[in-house]
Design a binder for this molecule. Structure first.
Ligand code: DAT
Ligand code: MG
Length: 170
């Protein structure tokens, strides 16, 4: 079954110049990249992305981390991978959440660390279920930025420029 999954190369991955290595590792999956961009991470985007963790004691540091405040890199690389069993394949390559416990050959096991302040710097984000992937891809990308039709969209007419129609997620 074809699935889509959101991958983020987090600010520590960018600062350590790991983009090429990570994309090479992900290419082992033979999945297709159907969206890719560099993105600034606003506070609102960060908090929406990690909404399931808002009660955790590490939430504020996690938001600072994904926004780039710990690495002086105020951006992430966001990609959508698409194909057979994409979520499982990418999660397996990424390794488990705690980078010190992740398989040493996985991306997080190879390049991640836990800081003395307790932040899991685990280099990449990978959606962990189809529902999560759908929510996250709709949060990070507009329909026209993804080159396959993943989810239903609607057309809206711009207020300023009536001839122009924009596609947004339904
Ligand atoms: P994952 O990123 O593997 O999907 P998650 O969704 O549970 O894991 O958590 C999101 C991020 O939050 C994770 O990549 C790193 C951070 N995190 C999770 N548990 C943590 C913990 N116990 N201490 C510090 N950071 C944690
Ligand atoms: Mg998660």
């Amino acid at each position: 079954m074809n699935q889509a999954t959101l991958i983020l190369i987090k600010p520590d991955g960018l600062k350590k110049s790991l983009t090429g290595n990570i994309l090479t590792r992900l290419s082992e999956t033979k999945l297709e990249i159907v969206a890719a961009k560099m993105a600034r991470v606003s506070e609102s985007l960060a908090k929406k992305h990690y909404q399931h963790l808002k009660e955790k004691p590490f939430f504020n540091e996690l938001i600072r981390y994904i926004r780039g405040e710990l690495h002086d890199r105020y951006k992430v690389m966001a990609l959508v991978y698409w194909g057979e069993n994409a979520i499982h394949k990418c999660r397996e390559l990424a390794g488990t959440t705690n980078p010190e416990e992740a398989e040493s050959t996985s991306i997080r096991g190879s390049y991640g660390r836990i800081t003395t302040a307790g932040v899991y710097e685990n280099v990449v984000h990978v959606s962990s279920s189809e529902d999560e992937a759908k929510r996250e891809i709709k949060l990070w990308f507009k329909p026209d930025e993804v080159i396959v039709d993943l989810y239903p969209v609607k057309e809206i007419t711009e207020k300023e420029y009536k001839e122009h129609k924009e596609r947004v997620w339904l």
